[in-house]
Design a protein around this ligand. Structure first.
Ligand code: PRP
Length: 215
């Protein structure tokens, strides 16, 4: 492979299919790039492309260290990671919001009434920034999934988590009390790769932009 080979990190899970479909439309694809594949590295030598399939939360890490030149990942994950990556394009899909929710039947009158209580979350850094901006001290309990379980079984008074359709909240009798931030999928780049492979990356960004404009 020549030096301008591009490595792209794609997250397993909800964003994978949408990301792979969009990239395919602009000619960035590889044989066997599918959600069902268990392969972690998929190459297309003719197109000088390499895809790596990672855990969602790890995409910014691969990109920051330059193990991947580019990545596709939610803004929520970028914020939480605190990684120094270059955000090239808002892809529009994967729309969701990070919010605080509490059990409906134990709802307190004001946000401040939750000061010094426990909050279960996959996003402790973003949550802490938010609560500190409101002058609130909280105890953060880091969970890795099924966050909604926290207040149901008494591990915490509230959660800070992602909502997409609202189904998970509804089915678990939780109610959103404040939105922290909205998020969509972003194309991110390693800062050095962006300079060294500027022509190819910029061309990709332009083609993606055209594709997104088609709606
Ligand atoms: C996310 C999020 C919520 C759910 C929200 O979880 O953490 O649990 O989706 O979606 P909804 O509003 O459409 O119901 P995910 O499926 O990624 O699983 P996890 O929390 O177990 O990681």
């Amino acid at each position: 492979m020549t030096n301008d080979c591009i490595t792209i990190a794609l997250p397993k899970g909800k964003l994978f299919g949408l990301s792979a479909d969009l990239l395919k439309k602009v000619g960035f694809t590889a044989e066997g790039l599918s959600e069902k594949s268990r392969k972690l590295v998929i190459e297309n030598e003719d197109a000088r492309l390499k895809f790596i399939i990672t855990k969602t939360a790890d995409v910014p890490t691969y990109v920051e260290y330059g193990a991947a030149d580019l990545g596709i990942i939610g803004k929520d994950v970028i914020l939480e990671s605190g990684k120094d990556v270059y955000e090239l394009l808002d892809l529009g899909f994967g729309k969701c919001r990070l919010m605080m929710a509490v059990p409906k039947d134990k709802k307190r009158a004001r946000l401040e009434d939750y000061s010094n209580t426990r909050v279960a979350t996959k996003f402790p850094h973003t949550a802490e920034k938010f609560f500190e901006s409101r002058g609130m001290q909280m105890e953060y309990i880091k969970l890795n999934g099924s966050i909604e379980l926290g207040p149901i079984i008494g591990l915490s008074e509230s959660i800070v988590d992602i909502v997409e359709t609202g189904t998970t909240l509804r089915e678990n009798n939780l109610e959103e009390i404040v939105t922290i931030t909205e998020a969509t999928a972003r194309l991110i780049a390693n800062r050095v790769s962006y300079k060294l492979k500027f022509d190819r990356i910029n061309n990709l960004v332009e083609n993606l932009r055209k594709e997104l404009d088609k709606g």
